[in-house]
Each structure stands twice: as C-alpha cells, then as structure tokens.
Design a protein around this ligand. Structure first.
Ligand code: ATP
Ligand code: MG
Length: 133
C-alpha cells in the first residue's frame, strides 16, 4: 500500500525506534524508504568553524539513520531549516505516502506527550503520520 515512506530522524531514542519501524514497514510494503535530517541554520556572525561543526554533526546523524535503516546515500536527505517545515517539504517533494517519526525528540521538556515538530507535522502533513513512542 505505501510506496514511499519518509523517516524523520534527529538521533533521539524515539527517532531510533522510529527508524526500526520505518525499516520494517518499508520492507513489509516493498516501499522506498527516504530518511531526512534537518539542521537549523547557524547565523553568519557565529563564524565558519561553528558552521562546519554543525554540518559535520548533522552528517553524522544522517549516517546513523542510514546505518539503522540501510537506505542508500541518494535516499538520505540533509536539509537546512526548521525541522517540521523541512520534513513537510521533503514529504511533498518525495511524494511520501507515510511519514514515520518519534512522538518526542531531543527536546528537554520530557513531560509533554508530543514534541513541537511532531505536533506541527501531524497537523499539516499531506499523508498519514506514524508517531513512535
Ligand atoms: P521540541 O523540539 O519541541 O523541544 P522534542 O525535541 O522532544 O520537542 P520533536 O522535536 O517534535 O520533539 O521530535 C519529535 C520527532 O520529530 C523526533 O523523534 C524525530 O523523529 C523528528 N525530528 C525532530 N527534529 C528533527 C530534525 N531536526 N530532523 C529530522 N527529524 C526531526
Ligand atoms: Mg526537537
């Protein structure tokens, strides 16, 4: 039923569990799995070294997602911007028919049930969203 599944990955425990489920769902449906990691822009005045470090960190998070799911490099997207917006754009761009993500991420406020990014994606997604606890 699902042809293209998009996994949003931020390296959190929830996202790791989401990666496992996305992989299983993709296998079960014979679907293409695309993974996306979004890094937030660094203001110019903070300088090149910080930007470089931010990029390297983002690349390593994306690599981790690839290692957990086995998706090829061309299906691993590194995007700059606000996470929910970039995830939604990627879902549209890749014609995803399912988005898989964690209920929570790396944010500090553990008492909330849903993180702000998952909340926004659920509210605006063009397709079903599978939230992993
Ligand atoms: P908040 O960010 O509002 O403080 P949080 O970090 O606990 O809260 P979210 O950021 O909404 O919660 O994370 C929920 C899920 O969204 C994560 O498990 C992950 O699947 C996805 N996600 C969050 N940030 C990113 C990101 N930068 N790139 C890709 N996916 C992300
Ligand atoms: Mg977050």
């Amino acid at each position: 039923m699902f042809k293209t599944i998009l996994l949003a990955y931020d390296g959190s425990d929830h996202a790791k569990r989401a990666a496992r489920i996305a992989k299983m769902e993709a296998e079960a449906h014979g679907a293409r799995l695309v993974v996306v990691h979004v890094y937030e822009p660094v203001p110019d005045y903070l300088g090149e070294p910080l930007l470089k470090r931010r990029l390297e960190l983002a690349e390593s998070v994306l690599e981790e997602a690839r290692a957990l799911t086995g998706v090829p490099k061309e299906d691993a997207l590194l995007l700059e911007g606000r996470p929910a917006e970039a995830i939604l754009e990627a879902a549209i761009g890749e014609k995803a028919d399912l988005i898989v993500m964690g209920t929570r991420g790396l944010g500090a406020i553990g008492s909330l049930f849903l993180g702000s990014q998952s909340q926004k994606v659920v509210a605006e997604a063009p397709c079903p969203v599978l939230l992993v606890r």
